[in-house]
Design a binder for this molecule. Structure first.
Ligand code: SAH
Length: 242
């Protein structure tokens, strides 16, 4: 009886898809992730709230969706990865300690270098006045556009396919890089608004460290104050587009 087979197949399909879909779509799975990040010492509440809202499973391959709320980097194709939630929280937390962000209560005009799958751009969109995100790999740029199209956000990130070492149309109050190079490209410093803060990984010795730069203006004179933070591990910042 063909009809019966069809009904059984439909029931099987529902059984296979539903438990996972329900689990990942619910806010509680994200709240559990955020609770773990809080327990690890991440304490910028606005950032944790944003992480609690963004459906990270929409930004990874469906085969990896079950791992989307673990604190791990996951492959997104083209040899790249989606950043760990704790790293995203830490980087954006550092941006919030910049002068512009403290004064405005949000991150202002944000530039992200290295869109990847678009996850961090979505988190930033909940915390900024505007977001521009640059990616050098066209395939990822397009995937990010599709991923972000599935998520409802108060600010729509402007995605650009280009070499992010050149920055974008600044100035920006906050700049965050998701890839680390040998140096800080001069365009980033030039496009950092007075009071603005940049957070980026950078090579040091055989590894990488997180570097924070504040654009401070005193008596009309600009200074770029640089501090080094902990060791990190990001994908390399490369030149040109693919
Ligand atoms: N922001 C992502 C992380 C992506 S990984 C997230 O939310 O998880 C870093 C990305 O930086 C990769 O996609 C890589 O292709 C990109 N990248 C490396 N060098 C770049 C450059 N010069 N300009 C723009 N993107 C670059």
């Amino acid at each position: 009886m063909p009809q019966r087979h069809l009904r059984e197949a439909a029931a099987d399909a529902a059984r296979l898809v539903q438990p996972q879909g329900q689990g990942l779509d619910s806010a509680s799975v994200r709240q559990r992730m955020v609770a773990r990040l809080r327990a690890e010492g991440l304490n910028e509440e606005r950032v944790l709230e944003a992480l609690a809202q963004v459906p990270r499973h929409e930004f990874v391959d469906s085969a990896l969706a079950a791992q989307a709320y673990e604190d791990t980097a996951l492959p997104i194709g083209h040899g790249q990865t989606i950043s760990k939630p704790s790293v995203v929280a830490h980087m954006i937390g550092l941006l919030f300690k910049g002068r512009s962000a403290v004064a405005q209560g949000h991150l202002g005009r944000v530039l992200e270098i290295g869109t990847g799958c678009g996850y961090q751009a979505a988190v930033l969109a909940l915390l900024a006045r505007s977001v521009v995100s640059v990616e050098r790999v066209q395939g990822l740029h397009e995937r990010a556009r599709a991923n972000l199209g599935r998520v409802r956000l108060p600010v729509v990130p402007k995605l650009i396919w280009a070499d992010g070492r050149l920055g974008a149309h600044g100035p920006f109050d906050s700049i965050v890089a998701a890839a680390g190079g040998e140096d800080l490209p001069p365009a980033w410093l030039q496009q950092l608004a007075p009071g603005g803060r940049l957070v980026a990984p950078m090579s040091k010795g055989s590894g990488q460290v997180l570097v924070v730069v504040d654009h401070v203006v005193e008596r009309g004179v600009s200074q770029w104050l640089r501090t080094e933070h902990e060791a990190v591990l990001f994908v390399p910042l490369k030149s040109g587009v693919l």
